[in-house]
Design a binder for this molecule. Structure first.
Ligand code: AP5
Ligand code: MG
Length: 211
């Protein structure tokens, strides 16, 4: 099954994608994670992306297109979840071309609906494991006590001013893609509020109906 997991920053795309990967054998392809790894390793892509990510801006389309298409090709065309791709109309059009060229159509674009006040809470209290990338929330999903506290960090782009910009960029450049996928008959809106397990059950139900 080929799924797009869509939604604003902090909607829970990564949290849910990792659960779906564990439970349904779908491979998570998260362009944000790929970009952060490239930044950490100071690769040419990472060095180019850094200034955009730190300001909460989108990395140029051509750069992300290559990262996403290479990642799909590496993991196989059959069972994946796109987490954070596509994010612009140009990226969505390229993905449609990619689907057609490879005869690998997307089955659904699941859009997590979460209001801004919840997003700000989630991002301000998000913490990440420096090595594994595991994501926590200080209240709802705290790091286990046996995890070394020095390994738990806050993402640079989770500072309040950057979060505000990421939300603006989402509204202007990314949210319009809901119309694009609605037009293709693929959009499914899912309530992204409430407990992580409840959100998971809602998404799981949608995927069961598609299977
Ligand atoms: P990316 O890493 O994709 O960031 P994002 O879309 O802003 O989304 P986040 O990862 O912040 O949130 P999420 O929805 O994954 O939420 P999470 O599960 O962590 O991209 C980063 C940057 O890379 C971009 O700004 C851009 O510069 C660049 N980039 C990436 N892709 C690009 C593209 N296609 N084009 C151009 N540039 C691109 O959850 C958030 C928190 O909430 C966590 O603490 C979690 O524990 C908690 N939480 C989750 N669900 C719940 C729940 N139900 N209840 C309570 N807490 C919850
Ligand atoms: Mg994420």
């Amino acid at each position: 099954m080929r799924i797009i997991l869509f939604g604003p920053p902090g909607a829970g795309k990564g949290t849910q994608a990792r659960r779906l990967e564990r439970n349904r054998g779908l491979e998570q392809i998260a362009t944000g994670d790929i970009i952060r790894t490239a930044m950490k390793n100071e690769t040419p892509v990472g060095l180019e992306a850094k200034s955009y990510v730190e300001k909460g801006e989108l990395v140029p389309d051509e750069v992300v297109r290559k990262l996403a298409e290479n990642a799909i090709a590496e993991r196989g065309l059959d069972d994946f979840i796109l987490d954070g791709y596509p994010r612009t109309t140009q990226q969505a059009e390229w993905l449609t071309e990619f689907e057609e060229k490879n005869e690998a159509p997307i089955h659904a674009c699941i859009s997590l609906q979460v209001p801004d006040d919840v997003i700000v809470d989630r991002l301000s209290k998000r913490r990440v494991h420096r090595q594994t990338g595991t994501t926590y929330h200080l209240d709802h999903n705290p790091p286990p006590e046996d995890v070394d506290a020095d390994m738990i960090i806050q993402r640079d782009d989770d500072r309040p001013a950057t979060v505000r910009n990421r939300l603006n960029v989402y509204r202007e450049e990314t949210q319009p893609l809901e119309d694009y996928y609605e037009g293709r008959g693929l959009l499914v809106r899912v309530d992204g509020t409430g407990d992580i397990k409840d959100v998971y059950q809602r998404i799981n139900g949608v995927l069961d109906d598609l299977a």
